[in-house]
Design a protein around this ligand. Structure first.
Ligand code: GSH
Length: 307
């Protein structure tokens, strides 16, 4: 019998309900991908190639796609990502002992858990099952996860949700490098920064409709806590769940605020600038990134009445 456990209340902060697959082509040789660089343009320019390629496939089953496309000047790697399941897709064989992570490629909450899985090297242990949120299979709610949101994790005959709970759960219940401190004072510091994620999101989003400088307090908070450790560009020095919690949101806020408000979140915030560069050097995160242009368009649709 499946158990549903979702210890935190769910909310309606669904940032994206976009079902299209993002582009995941990236040059394997690139070590850093600041969002608005030539490198990023290269990373995401290859839309037509991959789209044409994908059009030949039906997207209603978990079919593995070929992994590599070699190009003439740079080695490009296409991740082995399954297509999203839709209302016509049959369920996987639920509760058969396979550990499955249900996500949407465009959901920042799901992205947190996806990054955690990648960073711990659990690609073979945790199967990625993308869901088309615009055309959700009914079995997802009926048989698996009644809150009907992503992310959720099927593990040991139980289904869990809530991204911040899931990243901790995966960190403690699976092998791979530990991504969260287990002792004082680092743990308290980490929890304190994690507890700001909701305020961070709400502060930035509320600035979209008003004075953009109000978002400054949220980014100043990050700049301030990033100043605590000098051992590396990350919140706790080393890359951790705290970085993972914020990365998908900064990935969206940075290009959107630049495009729509001409507001550079890194201006006067050198620690934040270094952090963004740092996370883009983390392979487990980089391969989950979406095309910034698509993210900006999605945010425009979502947050601007008249884009
Ligand atoms: N608090 C949840 C939020 C999850 C969430 O809102 N996910 C969105 C996609 S980004 C979703 O599944 N929306 C579907 C819906 O609300 O019906 C978490 O942290 O995991």
């Amino acid at each position: 019998m499946a158990t549903i456990s979702s210890s935190l209340p769910t909310n309606n902060n669904s940032i994206f309900s976009v079902s299209s697959r993002p582009q995941f082509l990236f040059p394997s040789s690139l070590s850093s991908l600041p969002f608005i660089s030539t490198a990023t343009a290269i990373q995401f320019h290859n839309h037509s190639l991959i789209n044409k390629f994908h059009l030949r496939r039906r997207f209603n089953s978990v079919t593995k796609l070929p992994t590599t496309i070699a190009m003439t000047t740079t080695e490009w790697v296409q991740q082995d990502l399954p297509p999203p399941l839709t209302s016509t897709s049959p369920p996987p064989s639920l509760f058969d002992g396979t550990t499955r992570l249900y996500i949407s490629y465009k959901c920042p909450y799901a992205q947190r858990v996806w990054i955690t899985r990648n960073t711990k090297g659990l690609q073979d242990k945790i199967q990625l099952v993308p869901i088309d949120l615009q055309d959700r299979p009914s079995w997802y709610k009926d048989k698996l996860y009644p809150p009907n949101k992503v992310p959720s994790l099927e593990h040991n005959n139980e289904v869990r949700g809530e991204s911040l709970d899931l990243i901790k759960y995966i960190d403690t219940h699976f092998e791979g490098p530990s991504l969260f401190p287990n002792g004082s004072p680092d743990k308290e510091f980490a929890e304190e920064i994690l507890s700001y994620t909701d305020t961070f999101y709400k502060t930035v989003v509320s600035s979209f409709k008003g004075d953009v400088n109000e978002a400054g307090t949220a980014f100043d908070y990050l700049e301030n806590v990033l100043s605590k450790y000098d051992l590396g560009p990350f919140f706790l020095g080393e890359f951790s769940l705290v970085d993972i919690a914020y990365a998908p949101f900064v990935e969206r806020f940075q290009p959107f605020l630049m495009d729509v408000k001409n507001y550079d979140i890194t201006l006067g915030r050198p620690k934040l600038a270094a952090w963004i560069e740092g996370i883009n050097n983390i392979e487990g995160y980089r391969i989950t990134r979406s095309d910034p242009k698509e993210l900006v368009e999605s945010y425009k649709k979502r947050f601007q009445a008249n884009p």
